[in-house]
Ligand binder design. Structure first.
Ligand SMILES: [Zn+2]
Ligand SMILES: [Zn+2]
Ligand SMILES: [Zn+2]
Ligand SMILES: [Zn+2]
Ligand SMILES: [Zn+2]
Length: 253
């Protein structure tokens, strides 16, 4: 059950409402990009990821045995901290463990689903990968590419770092791909589905694996890559859940 209105100490003036932001936003908690799902105050243009608005005071994550993660509005440690999930800097809200060599997770990264199931493909979140990421062509343990977690298909063929999918989205956002308002779009099209179309092809066209294949096989491969990316993007932005919850909500009235 989702709470649709909250009071948050970061924004004491107004209540925050669980809504779909029509354009990408920067979360005022963790400072990471968000899209669609958020707790927002439209008057003040204040946004929080769902995971940043409602936090757990402490939790354990299956990838870090024996680490108790606690929530902080700012990292209590000095120096540059990096999220061990998406390998981007920590600049605000964070879960951190208390060990000397501490691990950090952005709140939305801490809640990334273990598995994602699409019609034709099932993905699993992994700390280390045997396949190469289709975006950066490297594995997580290489010292060239970004590190952090990846989603890998059960066949091992389709694999992306969470970091790389986020990076594609950030690039598309910086290029102004999302400046159009939702009203320009087909009302039934999810903003994220549109985002995917705008984000993916240009960023992956240089991928050798795609160039090597041709004809119908390439088309199938491409469709699979697109659905894999769609699943990961939806997980990162936690869109589907709230879209359906809000729909059921409005139908009730
Ligand atoms: Zn956030
Ligand atoms: Zn406000
Ligand atoms: Zn630890
Ligand atoms: Zn992260
Ligand atoms: Zn990668």
């Amino acid at each position: 059950m989702l709470i649709t209105k909250i009071k948050h100490p970061r924004h004491p003036l107004h209540q925050l409402k669980l809504e779909l932001s029509l354009v990408p936003y920067i979360c005022d908690g963790c400072k990471e990009l968000g899209f669609e799902t958020c707790y927002q105050c439209q008057i003040c243009n204040f946004h929080l990821h769902k995971e940043c608005a409602i936090t757990s005071s402490s939790f354990y994550h299956r990838f870090f045995k024996g680490c108790e993660f606690k929530f902080y509005e700012e990292s209590p440690r000095l120096g540059v901290r990096v999220c061990d999930g998406c390998w981007r800097d920590v600049r605000g809200f964070v879960y951190q463990c208390s060990h000397k060599k501490a691990y950090d997770l952005h709140p939305p990264c801490a809640k990334l689903p273990k598995t994602l199931a699409g019609e034709e493909v099932k993905l699993e979140l992994k700390e280390n990968i045997k396949s190469k990421c289709l975006k950066c062509q490297s594995r997580s343990n290489s010292n060239k590419g970004p590190k952090g977690w990846s989603y890998v298909s059960s066949c091992g063929k389709y694999c992306f770092h969470v970091a790389c999918v986020k990076e594609m989205f950030y690039e598309a956002w910086e290029m102004g791909y999302f400046d159009q308002q939702k009203s320009d779009l087909d009302a039934n099209t999810s903003g994220l589905a549109v985002a995917l179309h705008r984000t993916v092809p240009s960023k992956l066209s240089s991928s050798t694996e795609i160039v090597q294949q041709s004809g119908g096989k390439a088309k199938h491969y491409w469709n699979m890559v697109a659905s894999v990316l769609r699943l990961i993007l939806f997980a990162i932005f936690d869109a589907q859940c709230v879209v359906s919850c809000l729909k059921t909500d409005s139908q009730a009235y």
